[in-house]
Design a protein. Structure first.
Length: 461
């Protein structure tokens, strides 16, 4: 937000006082008006009446020329990728109601064919004036992947890119703190499954690429990435251990798990918690170089490389340090018509070791997602939305508890998100003084993250 005001000739200290006061007033106006930095600026200027105590000689006019924020994306709760799919093909537990009641967020069913794309869309009922009202399916002659990143998002969101392929190969756990086994971002290769059977495990934040199955079983407790769900250690503690690799590749917060070749994820009677990435990448994703058959049409993935340019995933490669051999991704070879990319079985007796919580998006257009349990002592929260060939389940019993133990779909975004920078510049004719503050914005408060001041003498015209 940029505020400019002409002031009478004053001393330098008076300029500072006036600029800081103007900034404080600007912030209070924005917060009181409920201005959301992720939305467009108000069409009418915000003005405060002049009074003797005001730092302004005229009304304050605010224009959003220097506001920065993250855009809000209304991700679909469920997107199916198989051609000629139907609502009935998605197996929703009977106790959860119909698909509109069971899925949080919009539902996009791919009803098209190889030559004639089409989808049926059920709007997000939470955004209706009456969430309990009857919802209506609409048909659009668009491919499913048009809505893979969001439904009716302005500006449109492109098909999500991949991060660069991780550089360092990992054998498995490379460090521990007490009974806590620690894993580091990298490439997990081989033909046998990486199995976490029992015990306590922590995956440090970053990108993980698997060409082998990942199996979590026998009551294992696993937390992946730094985030709102704490694990048995932290990123900082993990990298400080004597056995941690010199090139740990920890980056950002949360994790992204990428699966190439025949690799899949299995969770069996254990606890898996995945903290979402802070860079917007999905939590779990299969990799594809492009598929176009009568069964499914999946766009070829692209990679957003370090210099922010986009390249085809099929041609992308990187050269690890001290190596003459480049590393690259492999396309998923799962059979979309029959294979399950993510299988969850929760038959344990203790919800603390019988649950799956994934905050980020599940993006597996090459395979299905299957959820099964024969007990009521489980918890499931897939709160980032699901893109899959089909969603199937075998859940005869609802989870016990207060009704929050079963969530599939996308969480509604906060009313405000991102960063707002307010710059207030005052000018006395010979000097200018700029007071700036940056805030992390949330649904209930703004948190100061930075402050600066710039004093300058005006150039003679």
């Amino acid at each position: 937000v940029l505020v400019r005001t002409q002031l009478p000739r004053e001393r330098r200290m008076d300029l500072e006082i006036r600029a800081d006061a103007a900034l404080s007033l600007t912030r209070s106006v924005l917060q009181r008006r409920g201005v959301d930095p992720a939305d467009e600026c108000p069409s009418a200027p915000i003005q405060e009446p002049s009074d003797p105590s005001s730092p302004f000689t005229t009304d304050v006019t605010i224009s959003c020329t220097s506001a920065t924020s993250q855009s809000r994306v209304l991700q679909a709760g469920l997107v199916t990728t198989l051609n000629s799919s139907t609502v009935a093909a998605q197996q929703i537990p009977s106790w959860a109601g119909n698909i509109a009641q069971a899925i949080q967020g919009a539902v996009v069913i791919n009803t098209g064919t190889l030559s004639s794309p089409s989808v049926s869309i059920l709007p997000d009922r939470r955004l209706q004036q009456d969430p309990q009202s009857t919802t209506t399916w609409t048909t659009r002659t668009s491919a499913w992947h048009t809505f893979a990143a969001g439904v009716d998002v302005e500006p449109p969101v492109t098909y999500p890119p991949l991060p660069p392929v991780p550089l360092f190969e990992r054998p498995g756990s490379q460090a521990s703190i007490g009974t806590c086994s620690i894993y580091f971002p990298g490439r997990y290769l081989g033909t046998s499954s990486l199995t976490l059977s029992g015990g306590v495990h922590y995956f440090t934040s970053g990108v993980y690429y698997f060409e082998r199955n990942l199996t979590i079983s026998n009551g294992a407790r696993v937390v992946m990435g730094d985030g709102r769900h704490p694990g048995c250690t932290t990123d900082i503690s993990a990298v400080s251990t004597s056995r941690s690799p010199r090139r740990h590749a920890i980056e950002g917060r949360g994790v992204t798990l990428l699966f190439g070749g025949t690799a899949r994820l299995f969770v069996q009677n254990s606890s898996l918690i995945v903290n979402s990435r802070n860079d917007g990448h999905p939590s779990i994703r299969t990799i594809g170089f492009g598929t176009s058959t009568t069964t499914v049409v999946i766009p070829a993935d692209t990679v957003k490389v370090d210099d922010q340019t986009m390249v085809a995933a099929a041609t992308h490669s990187r050269l690890p340090p001290e190596s003459a051999t480049a590393v690259a991704y492999k396309t998923s070879t799962l059979s979309p018509a029959s294979d399950i990319a993510m299988s969850i079985t929760l038959n344990g007796a203790n919800p603390e070791t019988n649950r799956v919580i994934i905050d980020g998006r599940i993006f597996v257009p090459h395979g299905g997602v299957h959820i099964a349990s024969t007990t009521s002592t489980y918890a499931l929260a897939l709160t980032g939305g699901v893109v899959t060939t089909r969603l199937t389940s075998s859940l005869p019993l609802a989870p016990s508890g207060n009704g929050t133990e079963f969530t599939i779909g996308s969480a509604l975004p906060e009313s405000s998100s991102g960063v707002v920078t307010i710059d207030v510049t005052v000018d006395d004719g010979s000097r200018t003084y700029t007071s700036s503050e940056s805030f992390d914005t949330g649904s209930t408060s703004w948190t100061l993250v930075g402050r600066s001041h710039i004093h300058a003498r005006r150039r003679s015209e």
